[in-house]
Design a protein around this ligand. Structure first.
Ligand code: AMP
Ligand code: GLY
Length: 414
C-alpha cells in the first residue's frame, strides 16, 4: 500500500513510526512532515489544509490511502475532496468533523443520540449569556468553536462566569457561547477507530492538560499521556464506548455523514458514570504517542478498513504492555513559546520500546533547534506503567535545550 500521512506533529511522527513497520506498506509519504518524520519517509511540501493540492499530490504519487492527523484539514474538507476523487481516506469529512469544530453541534448530536453529558444552555446573545452566567455561578463557560485550548473557563462564582462570557465572546470562536453544568471526576481519553458504523477501541489513555505538576497552571495542548489507563477496563470500557461512541456513529450516519476516522471522546468519570466533555474528530496528541507504542497489531489494514467502511472485526486493538509519553516544551509555552534554541542529547539509541517523537523542531545546518511550544514527546514502553514511566523520564533527562520544561508527574498516579 502507498500511504500519504497528513500533519507535522509528534502525533504524526508516532503514526509514521507505527505505519512504517507495517508489512503491507509499499511506501510512506508525509505532508508536510517534520524533522523526525523525515528520518522515516519522504516528506512533500504540500499544505494539508489545501484540499485541491492534497488531491493532486495523492494522484501524482498513486496513493492508496491518506491518513489525516490533525483537525484543521478535516474542517477544511480535505477528506471530502479526497473521497470525491476516489481516494481512500482515514479521517471524517467536514460534516463529521463538526463534532469537534462546534460544541453546540456536538451537544445537539449528543442529545439526539442519548449520550450522557453535562446539561448545557446555548446562547448567541452575549447579554443574555452574561445574565444567566451571573445567576448560575459555578458553571463552565465554553466558546462554541475551536479556540486552541483557550475556549473553556471553569468558573467558581457568578462574577467569574460573567467575566468569562464577556471575554470568550470576543474570540472568533465565541459567537455562540455554551454554559454547562460543572462536573467532577478524573478525565480520560477514549478513542475509537471507526468505519462509519462499527469501531475498534484503542486502550483507554489519559492526558495531562495542565502545564505544571499537580494539575496546576494554564491548560495546554497536553503535557504527557499514558496508556492503558486502568480507570476503565474490559466490560466497563466496552460499556462506556457503547454509551458514547456507538450512538454518535449511528446518529452521524443517519444524518448522511458516516464517520470514518478516529472518534475521540473526552470523558469525565463522574459518580454517576462516564460523561462526555467533548469530542475530537481525530487521534489525540499526546495520547497517540504512547498508544502507538502499545498497539500490537498491524495498524495499516485497520485504518484502510475504516476508510473503506468495512472493519472485519470489532475487537479492541490488541496491545502489549504500557507506555508513557512525556512532552518537553519550550520556555514560554503555552502563551509565548521561544524558538531557535539548539537541542542537545537527541542521539540516544531508539528502540521498539523507546522513541523520541518530534513536534516543534527544525533542522538548521547540522543542528536541530526548537521551532514551537511542544518540542518533543519522549515515549517509553515497558511491562507496566511504572516501568514505562521510569524509562521515559530516564530518556528525557539528557535531552537539553534552553528553557526546556516538562512535567515530572506524568502517569505518577496511574
Ligand atoms: P473541553 O475543551 O470541553 O474538553 O474542556 C477543557 C477542559 O475544561 C476539560 O479538560 C475539563 O478539565 C474542563 N471542563 C470542560 N467541561 C467541563 C464540565 N462540564 N465540568 C467540569 N470541567 C469541565
Ligand atoms: N490531548 C488532547 C487532544 O488531543 O485534544
Amino acid at each position: 500500500m502507498r500511504v500519504l500521512l497528513l500533519g507535522s506533529g509528534a502525533r504524526e511522527h508516532a503514526l509514521a513510526w507505527k505505519l512504517s513497520q507495517s508489512p503491507s506498506l509499499t511506501k510512506l509519504w508525509a505532508a508536510p512532515g517534520n524533522v523526525g518524520i523525515a528520518a522515516l519517509c519522504e516528506c512533500v511540501a504540500v499544505d494539508p489544509c489545501a484540499p485541491d493540492e492534497v488531491v493532486a499530490c495523492a494522484k501524482r504519487l498513486a496513493i492508496d490511502l491518506v491518513v489525516v492527523g490533525p483537525e484543521a484539514p478535516l474542517m477544511e474538507g480535505t477528506a471530502d475532496a479526497l473521497r470525491a476523487a476516489g481516494i481512500d481516506t482515514f479521517g471524517p469529512g467536514r460534516a463529521g468533523a463538526r463534532i469537534e469544530g462546534s460544541k453546540a453541534f456536538a451537544k445537539e448530536v449528543m442529545a439526539a443520540a442519548g449520550v450522557p453529558t453535562a446539561r448545557a444552555e446555548i446562547f448567541t446573545d452575549v447579554a443574555a449569556a452574561a445574565a444567566r452566567a451571573r445567576a448560575w455561578g459555578a458553571v463552565v463557560v465554553k466558546a462554541d468553536g475551536l479556540a486552541a485550548g483557550k475556549g473553556v473557563v471553569v468558573a467558581d462564582s457568578g462574577a467569574d462566569a460573567e467575566a468569562a462570557v464577556r471575554s470568550l465572546a470576543e474570540l472568533p470562536a465565541g459567537k455562540t457561547i455554551l454554559l454547562e453544568e460543572r462536573l467532577s471526576g478524573p478525565e480520560v481519553s477514549l478513542i475509537a477507530l471507526c468505519d462509519g458504523e462499527r469501531y475498534r477501541l484503542l486502550p483507554l489513555a489519559q492526558d495531562h492538560k495542565r502545564l505544571l505538576d499537580g494539575d496546576l497552571g494554564p491548560n495546554t495542548g497536553g503535557m504527557g499521556a499514558f496508556a492503558p489507563c486502568s480507570l476503565l477496563e474490559g466490560q466497563d470500557l466496552a460499556r462506556a464506548a457503547a454509551a458514547t461512541i456507538a450512538p454518535v456513529l449511528s446518529e452521524l450516519a443517519r444524518r448522511g455523514a458516516p464517520f470514518r476516522g478516529a472518534l475521540y471522546a473526552g470523558l469525565m468519570l463522574t459518580a454517576g458514570g462516564p460523561m462526555v466533555l467533548e469530542y475530537n474528530a481525530r487521534l489525540g496528541d499526546p495520547e497517540t504517542q504512547p498508544l502507538m507504542m502499545v498497539v500490537d497489531e498491524d495498524l495499516l489494514p485497520v485504518l484502510r478498513a475504516c476508510a473503506r467502511g468495512r472493519l472485519p472485526s470489532v475487537d479492541p486493538l490488541r496491545t502489549r504492555g504500557a507506555a508513557v509519553g512525556v512532552v518537553l516544551a519550550s520556555r514560554g509555552y503555552p502563551q509565548a513559546p521561544s524558538t531557535g534554541d539548539a537541542i542537545a542529547g537527541l542521539n540516544a539509541a531508539a528502540s521498539a520500546d523507546l522513541q523520541v517523537f518530534h513536534a516543534g523542531t527544525k533542522r538548521v545546518g547540522a543542528e536541530i533547534v526548537t521551532a514551537g511550544g511542544r518540542v518533543l514527546t519522549v515515549c517509553a514502553r515497558a511491562a507496566t506503567v511504572a516501568a514505562a514511566r521510569s524509562a521515559a523520564y530516564a530518556a528525557a533527562a539528557p535531552i537539553a535545550f534552553a528553557g526546556r520544561h516538562y512535567r515530572k508527574d506524568v502517569a505518577a498516579h496511574a
